[in-house]
Design a binder for this molecule. Structure first.
Ligand code: GLU
Length: 526
């Protein structure tokens, strides 16, 4: 790329950022980083009636959480409003725009009148002369109207009978017949530009090299190109990203789909300032920002290889607008979850997971988490056996071993607690159904024998003895593994959940294992 890459993410602060908007931000960020360019945040807040308190901060927080911060801005169009009027006037002077005085009621009347005749009302060369504007009215009338204080707007004068050529990096070349374009409002009498004018003026003044935005803006491209032509400015290059589609069926992904199918469509939780309604966010649902970025990148782009897991750095290196496709990208909430699971299982380190889990343990229990062994922090996962006779303290290594044993079953950090609560609190009741099925008359004796057996062993000996020794013991006793394992699990867990029972013993340690078995023998009556 030989020009200086400057891209912008230009959301309107009308509510929380939808993941579609976040995907647009991400693609802008990746493109900027790839080309050593600048990623600008521009808040397009010219429509004051749609302004929502807190939305701008939300957008900034979401970008930061995803680790895709902007490096210029935020610019706010409301703070730049003095800039735009002169550009609207410049277009009037050059004959590319005009004043229009039609009231809302008059325009409504024309619309309905056309409808009744089976036609569509378009404000352009078809009927400009029949309407109230500075093309149809005399110079004097126009002056009087402008001075009268009545409302007026400035409209763009769309050319007649021209074929416009448009270019899009993703969609290729397109042609448009200008006769179908209406004369869009550029400036309103409240002193505010509309989106179209402010957007083009800012892209020009901010020297934006590439406009990367959602497909919903494609219909505006013709007007934008015409505006660049009218100003005599070089247009940036355009890339319109494919829509993000519902998980099933037709149409764009909406918040309602998320509510219906139980997944967030926002990066962060959002509380509507007017209604107080709270919408779920990926962050609060326990997603890693890296996983969110990873699945968002695949909504409309693919690397052309089998690789699915990408760090942000790898995305920057491999991202290419040429590889963004035109067709709508179907959003798959299961895939999003799969990414998070993958990150828990293979990408996040035990240290990171331990740090993320500790606040939950502290919320749910009275334990103080201590780090007994700084030099080997988290490392000796299998070798250390902890005697947890003191329930007030938990060693970090213990938490790490617990996580190690359950993480394959977790999709989110929030799953950790329900998968592992029994490691932190001995069961105080036993699943009735399971007791009925698994706790036989001879079970207490078998459990007692098992206590005697593990009492014999030096838990600190090696890391692999347990599976082998238990197997040998069962063989000598002529007992099937299931006959031991299921009631044993009941003793240790209180139900039939949890990782492999030997693993549970290994993590709980000898004393705690024996304590729990004894308690169960004394408590369970079947
Ligand atoms: N303000 C527009 C939006 O809310 C920006 C569209 C563009 O990027 O040109 O998406």
């Amino acid at each position: 790329m030989n020009k200086n890459v400057r891209v912008r993410f230009a959301p309107s602060p009308t509510g929380p950022l939808h993941i579609g908007g976040l995907r647009t931000a991400l693609f802008n960020y990746l493109f900027a980083k790839k080309h050593n360019g600048t990623f600008i945040l521009r808040i397009e807040d010219t429509d004051q009636s749609r302004f929502v308190e807190g939305a701008e901060q939300y957008i900034i927080d979401a970008l930061n959480w995803c680790n895709i911060p902007f490096n210029e801005g935020p610019y706010r169009q409301s703070e730049r409003k003095h800039i735009y009027k002169q550009y609207a006037e410049q277009l009037i002077d050059s004959g590319n725009a005009y004043y229009a005085f039609d009231t809302t009621e008059e325009l409504d009347f024309h619309r309905k009148d056309h409808e009744a005749k089976g036609k569509t009302f378009i404000y352009n060369w078809h009927n400009r002369l029949k309407l109230k504007n500075s093309i149809s009215l005399s110079e004097e009338d126009v002056k009087t109207k402008l001075n009268s204080g009545d409302d007026y707007v400035i409209r763009f004068k769309s050319p007649q009978d021209e074929t416009l050529r448009l270019k899009d990096i993703i969609r290729g070349d397109m042609t448009i017949d200008t006769n179908i374009l209406d004369d869009k409002v550029l400036f309103k009498s409240d002193g505010m530009p509309t989106y179209h004018l402010a957007n083009i003026v800012d892209d020009h003044l901010m020297e934006i090299s590439h406009v990367i935005r959602g497909e919903e803006w494609l219909p505006s491209l013709a007007l934008h190109q015409l505006l660049y032509n009218a100003f005599g400015w070089e247009a940036p290059e355009f890339a319109h990203l494919p829509l993000i589609m519902k998980p099933t069926g037709k149409g764009k992904l909406s918040k309602r789909d998320g509510d219906r199918l139980g997944f967030p469509v926002f990066p962060l939780e959002w509380k509507d300032p007017k209604t107080g309604e709270v919408s779920k966010g990926y962050r609060e649902e326990g997603y890693f920002p890296e996983a969110v970025i990873n699945f968002l990148a695949f909504l409309g782009w693919n690397p052309g290889t089998e690789q699915e897991i990408f760090t942000l750095k790898e995305l920057i290196a491999d991202f290419d607008l040429e590889r963004v496709h035109k067709a709508g990208a179907r959003f798959n909430p299961d895939k999003a979850k799969w990414y998070n699971q993958y990150y828990i299982m293979y990408v996040k380190t035990i240290e990171e997971l331990t740090d993320l889990f500790i606040p939950t343990i502290q919320k749910r229990t009275n334990y103080i988490i201590i780090n007994n062994d700084k030099s080997t922090k988290y490392k000796k996962i299998r070798q250390e056996y902890i005697d947890r006779s003191n329930y007030e303290n938990i060693d970090l290594g213990y938490v790490a071993r617990v996580i190690w044993s359950i993480r394959a079953k977790a999709s989110y950090i929030d799953d950790f607690w329900s998968l592992s609560d029994f490691f932190f609190e001995p069961p105080n009741s036993y699943d009735k159904k399971a007791v009925k099925k698994q706790w036989k008359e001879d079970t207490p004796n078998l459990m007692k024998a098992f206590i005697a057996f593990i009492n014999h062993f030096d838990f600190d000996d090696t890391s692999t003895w347990l599976d082998y020794e238990i197997e040998k013991w069962l063989e000598i006793k002529g007992v099937h593994f299931g006959k031991l394992a299921l009631p044993l699990r009941l003793c240790l867990v209180g139900s039939l959940k949890g990782p492999f029972v030997n693993k549970i013993i290994e993590i709980l340690g000898e004393k705690e294992t024996i304590r729990r078995i004894e308690k169960a023998i004394n408590t369970i009556k079947n």
